[in-house]
Design a protein around this ligand. Sequence first.
Ligand code: ADP
Ligand code: MG
Length: 484
Amino acid sequence: MKHETLIPSAPILIESTRSIGYSFETAVADVVDNSISKHADNIFIYFDSNIPQYLVILDDGCGMDSNELIEAMKYGSKSSIEEREIDDLGRFGLGLKMASLSQCRKLTVISKKYNEISGAVWDLDHIIFTNNWELILLEEDEIRQIRYFNKLDSFKSGTLVLWENFDRIAKEEANHQKIFDGKITLTREHLSLVFHRYISENNINIYFNNDIIQPTDPFFTHHSATQKLEEENRIVNGNVIKIRPYILPYISKLKTEERNQIYGKKGIKLNQGFYIYRNKRLIIWGTWFRLTTYNELKQLARIRIDIPNTMDSLWEIDIKKSTASLPESIKNELKIIVKKSIFRSENVYKYRGRNIKHDNITHLWNIVEERDKKIRYTINKDHNLYKSVFEHLDDEGKDIFQTFVESIESFFPYKDVYVRLSKEQECIETNSIEDDKIYRACRDYIETITADEKLEFLNNLEKNELIMHRNDIINKLKEDFKDE
Ligand SMILES: Nc1ncnc2c1ncn2[C@@H]1O[C@H](COP(=O)(O)OP(=O)(O)O)[C@@H](O)[C@H]1O
Ligand SMILES: [Mg+2]
């Protein structure tokens, strides 16, 4: 038998690995993984969306000497079979290269360790030109020219990763700057979510052009209305998996800012389901892995699962660390845990009190009966006047208005009313608001709603507590909108 060593064509292989499906934010996260695995306390991301665009990911971790750097630049520097340190976030020995070059054509890595500095570059155009796996090694004077080198040099050790030549953005023609900025915004949200436990528990700082990012905790652990259910451990193949369900507060208990945090900002959608952490790094979120279906009542249930990095093959973690599948061996047990937490989520949803007025009239006050049969008066948030005010306010105004209304509800003088009425003192029960004011408020409301809502509103004027018996207003409104 004879053998022949076949070295793959460097340009073709590298070009094909660029398309394995990294997004900009998942690629940056993969580089940040390395910084965290190598014990960085601070990770600085620098960028400029002006042409030429660049992105720097700089850390004060333990750095690499020149041999280690060359090894790190190799495709497949450390295999997935080799045992890794318990806190290693790496997987196949590919992330640094594949993630970086999926977004740009030129990857420069500078590292400092024991006062030695070394630098190496993968440049796709150079690889095409030489038709070879030729890594460029930088001389010290060249290294000193690299952006933010001085910052790296101010650390005892660390690593600087520089991305340049963003051909994937250039292809999208106009608006390079806007596209780049959009990617940066999304990346910021992504990192604040996937590394939230490192930021809040391990005191790791991540900066975007010197602006520190805040963690996004998908369980809202610190909110008093979040229900933290018991943590359960399962042993699979000798590895401990920790499972902890959380039931989030009902949306009306949250302020706008809190709502944005829990339910995701513009870019990232946070959803019901499992949140899987590999070494405290969030890799997958908002899926039930088909153990149950999605529905409104389960919206508040999120189950945190912690897995160690020794179970990658069982969970089928991919190169990008963005997909995984559930091992058969824990499916059934997870099903039981899911059921329990869903039940709790449904309870939060269903028992927010029951409105006990059944007279078909749109009242300004609801009478709500709680589970323990106690009664509470609340303002009807579906009333047109309430909605109208709400629509006119900005986010901050909405928060203040909600707090104001909640305060009115909380301080409703139940006892005083009871005592006075029982002494047969009379109350003024007339609606003395001027017709014109009510008319204008209604018109204003109608401007903000859809055609169907308008029809319904106009058809129910006689059943609206505020407007009923005021025939002048009712007739005028009907007349105003009769042709629409
Ligand atoms: N920021 C860094 N600091 C120190 N060493 C690093 C850094 N980034 C990468 N390395 C080294 O390069 C190796 C290859 O990284 P990578 O291609 O991401 O693969 P993996 O993380 O799967 O090992 C890492 O295992 C690590 O030894
Ligand atoms: Mg890595």
